[in-house]
Design a protein around this ligand. Sequence first.
Ligand code: SF4
Length: 511
Amino acid sequence: MHDIDQAPIANPQTVNVDGLGCHSGKEQMLSAAKSAGKSETLDQYAKDYPKGPHDQPQSMCPAFGSLRVGLRMRRTATVLSGSACCVYGLTFTSHFYGARRTVGYVPFNSESLVTGKLFEDIREATYKLADPSLYDSIVIINLCVPTASGVPLQLLPKEINGVRIIGIDVPGFGVPTHAEAKDVLAGAMLKYAIGEAEQGPVQAPRHGKNEKPTISIVGEVFPVDPMTIGMMLEPMGLAAGPVVPTREWRELYAALDCAAVAAIHPFYTASLRQFSAAGRTVIGSAPVGYDGTESWLQNIGVATNTPQDKIDLAKNRILPAIKAALSAAPIKGRITMSGYEGSELLVARLLVESGADLRYVGTACPQTQWSDLDREWLEAHGVHVQYRASLEQDLAAMREFKPDLAIGTTPIVQAAKQATIPGLYFTNLISARPLMGPAGAGSLATVVNAALANKGRFEAMKDFFTGVGEGHTSGVWEAANGVPQDRPEFKDYTKRQVIKLMKMKKAEEMI
Ligand code: SF4
């Protein structure tokens, strides 16, 4: 018999095989990718999507962001190149979120990866797909392993039979969040569209060119928000332009052909770089709440050389309605909030203006100049703003501030509910509703107040379930068989095994 500490590891090879992916082996992947010719791309990602204060937020596979943008575009085929398990997860998630398109996949094995056959397979698949009667563009996304192996998507033809080919690397070890992965694809498409516009005339928008100068909107927003923005801009002689990421290729030209750009979501660094390269002024923040709308309209007016009397007209038309909506739907209670969509600071502003005692807002996205106005406003109102927030920081904020409502990601909401604190999922319940103008103020208050009113129900449930057991005793047990016993020695054993495996891996890395 072995002492429990000396027990052999069953199959150390499995650790090596399974060790490359989003859950481990990141440094190896990164250095493999760099030595396989991806240094330039990865260095640009490191600049566009700075990490820290910790390594990477805990979030879904980043490639989902690019995949979702591709799947939402008309006449666009989206093809993944990556490990089957990653493709399975990404396909599942896309259909869970209602994708109505097929996800393309070019499979590989070690041999086709090492010999370069994978690239030939991708090339062949792209040629087969490139039917101009079906598609305007084909997006090919290199996931972690093909990026680390240097599969050179940049060598694909730029266009086949008139169908544009966009190849991008979206590895989990280079792009921190799925939000920023949306930017990787949107930025690549804008760059391509600028190149086309420089060559000569391009396709007009589906409903014709807007007669007024437009403000392009960067960031996925609730469908009614662009209409609200258009209504607010109207007194200034301006109109709302397309939303980037666009839903159709030809909208890219219309987006570029704007008077100014509204960076509603501030993390679209690569896309905003393309707009700046096209000579467009970028304005941060958004028309959210009273103060936010007032300063946003002023900044848009100045950027578009609109006379002050027209800017004032726009403000006078909308601000009283926003004030009325805010005071008609006050929020009373202490709240902590976090999310990974990129709109967290905007929602936070609206909560504060609605009267909420907001103490903390965490976002998985990085700090950029486009969120400075929102951060400064929130900090001036006593809110702690945490960029690249980790789950641990979000949980610590909840413990410290003991809110009446915790808005956040799934694990935050779960932890809140366990602590008898009402919780709301940011992605499903907060970011899927209007934010701008009077509609935003009323809509947010409805859902938040309903959740705040749930405190009594949580307490009643806690009373009801008290004593049914938790941890190793949770569940329904036959009294005759007794309640399960805690086995701390089993937990210690497993913990020691994991530590041992990690040490082995570390030692192998150093060889
Ligand atoms: S592609 Fe996504 S799921 Fe696959 S290893 Fe990379 S980060 Fe993980």
